[in-house]
Design a protein. Sequence first.
Lengths: 479, 94
Amino acid sequence: MAQYETVIGLEVHIELKTRSKVFCDSTTEFGGDPNTHVCPVCLGLPGTLPVVNKTVVEYAIRAALAINCSIAEFSKFDRKNYYYPDMPKNYQISQYDLPIALGGYLDIELDGDTRRVGITRLHMEEDTGKLVHQGTITTTPFSLVDYNRAGVPLIEIVSEPDMRSPEEARRYLEKLKAIIQYTGVSDCKMEEGSLRCDANISLRPVSSTELGTKTEIKNLNSFRALQRALSYEIERQTKVLGEGGRIVQETRTWDEGKGITLPLRSKEFAHDYRYFPDPDLVPMIIDREWVEDIRSSLPELPDDRRQRYIGEYGLPEYDATILTDTKELADYFEDCVNAYPNPKVVSNWVMGDLTRLLNSGAVDITECSIGPEQLALLLQLMDKGTISGKIAKAVFEEMFATGKDPEVIVRDKGLVQISDEGAIVAIVDEILAGNPKSVEDFRAGKEKALGFLVGQVMKATKGKANPDLVNRLLKEKLQ
Amino acid sequence: MIISERDVEQLAFLSRLDLTAEDKIAYTKSLNAILDYLDMLNRLDTDTVEPAAHVLPLKNILREDKLQPSLDKEQALANAPEEEEGAFKVPRIV
Ligand SMILES: [Zn+2]
């Protein structure tokens, strides 16, 4: 059977976090009753004229610079014509042949390797309204249209077909999301639709350099959906080609429940958008000084931050990559390091217990009830020997659940470590007397028995005994 | 003839126009006349002419990112042929 290589490119739409829409002064605020965030312009009423929001252009440039694109000297808006009631004008204002930015890239790390993925272009466009179908989409005779989202600014970022596996595609999307979030132009929340992704995928014989026929997959609402849909599509296309069939160029939709892609009925969307320059909008000549101003205002981006964590903090690459994945997590981590200047210890807590608790409670790091200073206080309590590492984990969980300071929890629950030798000796003696078999085993050279005995002492003290002391006393008694 | 009657049918479909047989013949003729004229323009030497993206000598008309209140719902829906639950009610398309 022929061996195939997978070729993937992504088209990503990102909603910009401006106050007003791209061509009118209606609010971009999410939600609201249907058709209450609208004006004559975004309703496409006759006689109205769109005017470009300057902040949209600025944000688009900002995002483009962060992914190493060149900013066009000359750019314009075009009309993409199609008949569908999600746009009241019967066209969407977009950019066709002269987008605001071209030719960038970003680097992705996968299994210790770095790969560069090219970015073809970045352009600005307006979002569409939402259609709500009554009953099921196949039986209802009507749709209800809400234009609150119509005219909300978007950037579309088109990658080169440079990815070779679903994992790479996922990593690219994660990296793109992180970078754009860092620039502050969007929240990039996939679950809320402020970041959306379509994937183009084709296969070709391993030796070939020509692109095979591609399919486009839509309705990818999560990183997991992207990776699963691409894996499914590789399987499907491999089977078709393996049986001597041909891939039909078509748009397919991901069915999350069934775990398959299905062709979308597309006869209504004959791909002939008849783009032409929008006569209502005049061209933009992008001032170089403006571009350089925006460039100099870019924050430290994930790659630089990762390198700094490795170089300055001495963190392993793995830690540095995960910690810089979102700006919020990296900011939190750095605040913790400022309060407790031992990056590796802080990293272990943030990547371990904290991440586990955040994930299990579906809590965002920005809403974390443990402040960086509180984490530092907890670590200082361990350093002072007030509590053991094991108790610290329990205190940490309590802090996460209640938001209380660690000292308060330690005091209220009586968790202070027992470092009084006399008290521990008494318990050690008791344990040794109660476990003669383990004592015998240890003396016969079974080192493991010591661990068991330590465990028994810790259990008897509800984890409060100072573990170093327990170890030392047990060894002394067993000599 | 650059444009066939078949092209006119396709264009009419994309533009949601219902054309009679006579319409199709007439539009095929007039669209071709327009394209013939463009063909004539194409013969001009434009090597030294900058492409025009717009007929007016304007550029960079931008506004500040400021809000104005929305239309109220009644006004927004005033022209809706039908409405329901504050939304425009339209025939199902797909
Ligand atoms: Zn508006």
